[in-house]
Structures are given as structure tokens and as C-alpha cells.
Design a protein around this ligand. Structure first.
Ligand code: SF4
Length: 332
């Protein structure tokens, strides 16, 4: 049986945090051993909402790639590439935009949600409305049949299936209808209980030093009614406990001792510092190696993009043939 073809990507947001790690990277590192994986730095997607503020994109691209490598992505096992270095994404996006009804894009749930959320930006541009279609092109240009997604991205993948179906109906069978690999990632709360995000200032970065991690844990939200050391605590809702669940082997014992009042918050936080730092140490060590190998990092993304472009070109040849667009030099 042919191996699955997988496409996934991240907007370049710079150094990654624990939410990014558990939300995507852990799965990617596993999937690279099981399928033909294409992992994309989605730098064109960064323009859909940040088009006025593009100076930071370049550094963000490389900070993110170094974190991917440090977390265990292996360029021998997967393709790591940059979207804007593979122009076939844009060509397929344009062709798909010809056959996609506007109403399909307007009804994507995240479109309205983000318009409401990001009120301080003018998002009345086509790029923002059309970014789920660019995502469809990202997937389809590799004829990927599997896409790892969270629940919030299922509507985007359904759009991709509909667009693939419509293309195949008009022009013949070129594209598979990609299926989701639903990754149920553990919830990683930020220090203040909100979703972990660098923009909220509540994140722990994979690249934070041991001292920074300890200082951030000190600020974590805990049970507000556990004031004195011996007060019985409520681990549910405590960010320290939620993070112990991700990293600390004796989490069940911590739960019992918190509830009985045998464990104080200060000791509990100290223990989290130990287990979290122990988990991050290998990533930090690999990161330090990659940071000293900039030429190799750039070569990985360059070579990955060349390979990605070869695959994407083959798809675009099929697309042009299907829609009867004769390429230059092939006129009889
Ligand atoms: S003892 Fe630990 S788990 Fe319990 S409330 Fe304090 S920090 Fe949270």
C-alpha cells in the first residue's frame, strides 16, 4: 500500500511555545516516521493579516525552523520547505479561485470569528477571505491525502474536499479528497489560564533558559483559596497542575497531596521547574547546535523547497493538461 502523503504547516511566528509543541510538533515528529510528510513554513499566510507589518517575518521564519529541528523534525525523513519559494502554490490558488463560489469562503466559520476578534486591523481584503483557499492549494499541490488538524480546522479541510471534488467534476480526476488526522492534543494553558499565546505574554518558549522557566512558573495561576501551606487545594483549574500533567511522572501523588494540604504551592512549583526543565533540556541542547549551523539550516529549507517544487510542478502539469492550458514551448 502506498504511503500516505501529508501536508501541514505553520505561519512563521518566531520562537515556538509549549502550546505549539503539543498542538502540532509532537504529532509531526511521530508522523515523519509513518508517511511522506511535507512541512511548510507558511510565510504567504503571514501576509493575510500582517500585510502592513512584514519586517519581522524573515527572522520569525528561521527562529521557527530552528525550533522544528530542535524538537525532532529530521530533514532525512520529511520535507521542510518555505511556501513562498514554491510558486506553484500561488498558481494553483489562482486557478482554484476561478471555480470556488464566494459563498463557500464567506461561510467558513473562522472567517467571521476572526473578523470579529481582530477588530483593530482592516481585514476587508481578498487575501484574508481567500486564505482557506490558499490552504486548499497548499494541500492539493502535493496531492496530499491526509492532513493533521485540530477541531477548529475541520471546516477548512471540508472546503478543500469540496474544491477538489468540484475541480475533478469539471476537468477530470486530478486530486484526492484529503482526510483529516484528528489530533487530540492536550490543552496547554498559559500562565494566566488563557490559551497559551506569545501575544498574551503567558507563554513558555521551547528556547527559554532554565532560569526563565523557573521565573515563569513562579507567576503561574494557582488555586486562589489555597493561601496557607496546609490549606487543602483544588488542582482542577490550577495551571501548575495542568502543566504537571504534561511533564511530571508522579502527577497522581501531587493531586492527592495538594487536595489533602500536604503539599504547598511553592514546593509544587519547584517540582514543576525540575520536570519541565528536564524535558526542555534536550530541545535546548539541539537548538544550541542548530543555531551554530545556520548554513545547514538554510540549506535544509532550500533543498526541501527544491524537492517540494518538483512535486508541485508535476501536479501543475496535470492541472494545466486537465484544463487545456498549453504551456509555452509545447505549441504544435
Ligand atoms: S499545590 Fe500545586 S496543584 Fe495544588 S494548588 Fe498549589 S500549585 Fe496547584
Amino acid at each position: 500500500m502506498a504511503a500516505d502523503i501529508i501536508l501541514s504547516g505553520m505561519r512563521p511566528s518566531g520562537k515556538l511555545h509549549l502550546g505549539n509543541y503539543f498542538g502540532a510538533l509532537v504529532n509531526w515528529v511521530r508522523l515523519q516516521n509513518e508517511a511522506r510528510c511535507h512541512f511548510m513554513v507558511a510565510d504567504w499566510h503571514a501576509l493575510t493579516s500582517e500585510y502592513e507589518n512584514t519586517q519581522g517575518i524573515e527572522n520569525n521564519v528561521w527562529d521557527m525552523v530552528v525550533d522544528w529541528l530542535a524538537a525532532g523534525l529530521d530533514p532525512e525523513k520529511c520535507l521542510i520547505f518555505r511556501q513562498s519559494w514554491v510558486p506553484q502554490h500561488a498558481e494553483l490558488h489562482l486557478i482554484l479561485s476561478m471555480i470556488t463560489p464566494l459563498s463557500w469562503l464567506e461561510r467558513v466559520p473562522t472567517y467571521k470569528e476572526q473578523l470579529a476578534e481582530l477588530k483593530n486591523r482592516d481585514l476587508s481584503n481578498y487575501g484574508f477571505l481567500g486564505y482557506p483557499l490558499l490552504q486548499s492549494a497548499d494541500i492539493m499541490v502535493y496531492r496530499a491525502n491526509k492532513v493533521p488538524v485540530g477541531e477548529d480546522q475541520l471546516a477548512h479541510l471540508e472546503l478543500t474536499r469540496e474544491v477538489a471534488r468540484r475541480f475533478n467534476h469539471f476537468y477530470g480526476n486530478v486530486f484526492p479528497e484529503p482526510q483529516s488526522i484528528l489530533s487530540r492534543s492536550p490543552r496547554v494553558p498559559g500562565t494566566d489560564r488563557r490559551k497559551m499565546s506569545k501575544s498574551y505574554g503567558n507563554a513558555i518558549l521551547l528556547s527559554d533558559t532554565q532560569e526563565q522557566v523557573v521565573a515563569t512558573i513562579k507567576k503561574m495561576y494557582t488555586d486562589p483559596v489555597k493561601i496557607r501551606l496546609n490549606d487543602p487545594g483544588h488542582p482542577e483549574g490550577c495551571v501548575v497542575f495542568a502543566t504537571h500533567e504534561l511533564f511530571t511522572p508522579e502527577v497522581a501523588d501531587i493531586e492527592v497531596r495538594c487536595k489533602s494540604g500536604a503539599l504547598g504551592c511553592s514546593a509544587c512549583k519547584n517540582r514543576l521547574g525540575e520536570t519541565l526543565n528536564a524535558a526542555l533540556d534536550p530541545i535546548r541542547a539541539k537548538r544550541a547546535e542548530w543555531v551554530n549551523r545556520w548554513d545547514d539550516v538554510k540549506a535544509i529549507v532550500h533543498d526541501g523547497s527544491v524537492k517540494a517544487e518538483k512535486i508541485a510542478s508535476e501536479t501543475m502539469q496535470k492541472v494545466r493538461d486537465a484544463i487545456h492550458l498549453v504551456p509555452a514551448g509545447k505549441l504544435k
